[in-house]
Design a protein around this ligand. Structure first.
Ligand code: PAF
Length: 282
């Protein structure tokens, strides 16, 4: 497995793989890899001959009072995990390699990035779209795999890829959960044992909502967001949002919605967790 730190070398590596007829896949990450990331890598390996994992804690997607400085990092462990999962190259650039000090260009998606996480993290998605565009230009992939856990991010990236004609297929892989239902996230590390137990109310309330909607159909949708929020608040969570949206376009769910996305963000202690569920209504 190759460690690549510069954009020039990354592009060379990828071009050479493509010249040799190999399909190149990328899994962009911020490191501190867990089983959720590993499932993205395994997914990418099924779709591509050569899989690149990028490890870059992207400063531009963190707000001024967010956790950039304390975002968990463990490169040695990430390296071993990538090796064990058949990754061909890890692209781990320094911030100076990715960003010019006098940079003045952003990639901004203006519709799907509004609301949900975009409401409480107003500069987050332009940081994500900018870095993902740059990572695509560095790794030159045929296919890129993202996780459904960041549902809004995946939709924003798909839209950016389409709108800017990046020749990259975007694949979204399912959420991976701990045995007790907690969606895997690098930020789970911040939770105390008590907060972690209380945070199970997120996945539990989403599962309850799914069961109710499956049993009662669309009529169960009235008040469903409030019920989820109440359950999370009753477990001591501070709800940022619970949104019931159309999974195809992120519009509020309506009569014509065929697949629902119920998305949640809530704080347990200082840790902001997100989770979501897709529910087919047909
Ligand atoms: O999902 C993440 O880990 C990040 O937002 C991403 C896509 C790697 C961009 O920094």
């Amino acid at each position: 497995m190759k460690l690549i730190k510069t954009i020039a070398e990354m592009q060379q590596f990828s071009k050479s793989a493509s010249r040799n007829g190999k399909k190149v896949g990328v899994v962009p990450t911020m490191g501190y890899l867990h089983s959720g990331h590993m499932s993205l890598i395994d997914h990418a390996r099924k779709l591509a001959d050569v899989v690149i994992v990028t490890i870059f804690v992207n400063p531009t997607q963190f707000g001024p009072n967010e956790d950039l400085d304390k975002y968990p990092r463990d490169f040695e462990r990430d390296w071993k995990s990538c090796e064990q999962h058949g990754v061909a190259a890890v692209f781990a650039p320094a911030p100076e390699e990715m960003y010019f000090p006098d940079r003045s260009t952003w990639v901004v998606e203006e519709k799907l990035s509004q609301g949900l996480c975009g409401q409480s993290r107003p500069t987050h998605f332009r940081g994500v779209t900018t870095v993902v565009a740059k990572l695509f230009n560095a790794t030159l992939p045929d296919v890129a795999v993202f996780g459904q856990k960041d549902a809004q991010q995946a939709m924003v990236i798909k839209r950016m890829t389409r709108d800017l004609n990046f020749p990259v297929e975007i694949v979204v892989a399912p959420i991976v959960r701990e045995a007790d239902g907690l969606a895997m996230s690098s930020r789970n590390k911040y939770l105390s044992l008590d907060e972690r137990i209380r945070a199970l109310s997120i996945s539990a309330s989403l599962s309850d909502a799914e069961a109710r909607i499956k049993a009662e159909g669309r009529k169960a949708l009235g008040g469903i967001a409030e019920k989820i929020a109440e359950k999370i608040a009753a477990s001591g969570g501070k709800v940022d949002y619970v949104e019931v949206r159309d999974a195809d376009n992120l519009e509020p769910a309506s009569e014509s919605t065929s697949c629902l996305l119920i998305a949640v963000a809530a704080y347990f202690g200082v840790t902001r967790l997100i989770d979501n569920i897709l529910i087919n209504l047909n």
